[in-house]
Design a protein around this ligand. Structure first.
Ligand SMILES: Cc1cc2nc3c(=O)[nH]c(=O)nc-3n(C[C@H](O)[C@H](O)[C@H](O)COP(=O)(O)OP(=O)(O)OC[C@H]3O[C@@H](n4cnc5c(N)ncnc54)[C@H](O)[C@@H]3O)c2cc1C
Length: 269
């Protein structure tokens, strides 16, 4: 690991101003991705600006006017998985958060760090896509459709801090994941949600970043059955292909997991 200066600001303004003054700074949340990257010398920031002192980035609340759930960017995965509010109002978020890695990772890793990183196999991005999320930074709001751009690439500028994410509360939703047996990351993950304005299918793990599976949505809007998905082609063009799974296999998984999600939601209704 290269040497760096460490800062722990106590306000968003001070975090931004430290960032502006430093030569090659990076924000730090749980450090679950950034610290291993620094140890491997894949990242070498001149300054680490630790966001963990910013209380306003913590917590879960219900936005009554909008009927949404807001989660602070610094909230760790286990705090989402165990939140009474989440379990009552939007349990699929607990399902997603509880499926991440292991207990140590869930106690350190944060929602904001996960989506800022945009790992193609991360779980949270499927939830953001499926639950029509809005991402808040210190000075702007970004619709999820504009947020995830490519492999490890988002709409965030280097100096942007993710402050919170708002999730729409659907009528029903579930997350199905084919879990990598070692890391726990999603080889493929599919979140299906039924909103007042139709079905949303958010997919992670299959492509360079999370995306909506619009053909699957169309089929399910016509008929919310597993059979409706049989006729849908999921092209594997541009899908990830690595030692864990070929693009063709990931395409197959998208459909299998979508069917499992539909079967589960139908069995619950
Ligand atoms: C062994 C292991 C297993 C894992 N398994 C899974 C899994 O199954 N599923 C899964 O989804 N994830 C998994 N993860 C990832 C983990 O869940 C973390 O969410 C992820 O690593 C982000 O970590 P963090 O919140 O600690 O962010 P950090 O590592 O602190 O930061 C990550 C990146 O985001 C930037 N950043 C952090 N916070 C903000 C912010 N608020 N605003 C702007 N930029 C920010 C940082 O500058 C850095 O570039 C795993 C990680 C490990 C180490």
């Amino acid at each position: 690991m290269y040497s760096f200066d460490y800062h722990r600001p106590d306000s968003l303004d001070s975090a931004r101003s430290l960032f502006a003054q430093a030569e090659d700074p990076m924000y730090l949340s749980g450090g679950m991705t950034l610290i291993p990257s620094m140890k491997q010398r894949l990242a070498a920031p001149s300054d680490l600006i630790d966001l963990s002192g910013l209380a306003e980035l913590q917590g879960v609340e219900r936005l009554d006017g909008d009927g949404k759930i807001r989660i602070g960017a610094l909230t760790c995965h286990n705090d989402v998985a165990n939140s009474a509010l989440v379990l009552e109002q939007l349990p699929v978020l607990a399902q997603v958060a509880g499926a991440i890695g292991d207990n140590q990772v869930r106690n350190r890793g944060t929602l904001g760090g996960s989506i800022a990183n945009s790992d193609p196999a991360a779980d949270w991005p499927a939830a953001l896509v499926g639950l029509q999320a809005t991402i808040h930074t210190q000075d702007r709001q970004i619709a999820v459709e504009d947020f995830f751009r490519d492999l490890f690439e988002t709409a965030l500028a280097a100096e942007d801090i993710v402050v919170a994410v708002d999730f729409a509360i659907p009528r029903r939703a579930t997350y199905q994941k084919f879990r990598h047996p070692a890391s726990g990351y999603a080889v493929v993950g599919v979140l299906i949600a039924e909103h007042d304005n139709g079905i949303r299918v958010g997919v992670t793990g299959a492509g360079p970043c999370a995306f909506r599976a619009c053909a699957l949505e169309d089929a399910l809007n016509n008929s919310f059955t597993e059979e409706a998905l049989d006729a849908v082609d999921v092209p594997d063009v541009g899908f990830n292909s690595d030692i864990h799974a070929s693009a063709e296999y990931r395409s197959h998984l998208v459909k299998v997991l979508s069917k499992r999600a539909v079967a589960q939601l139908r069995s619950e209704s």
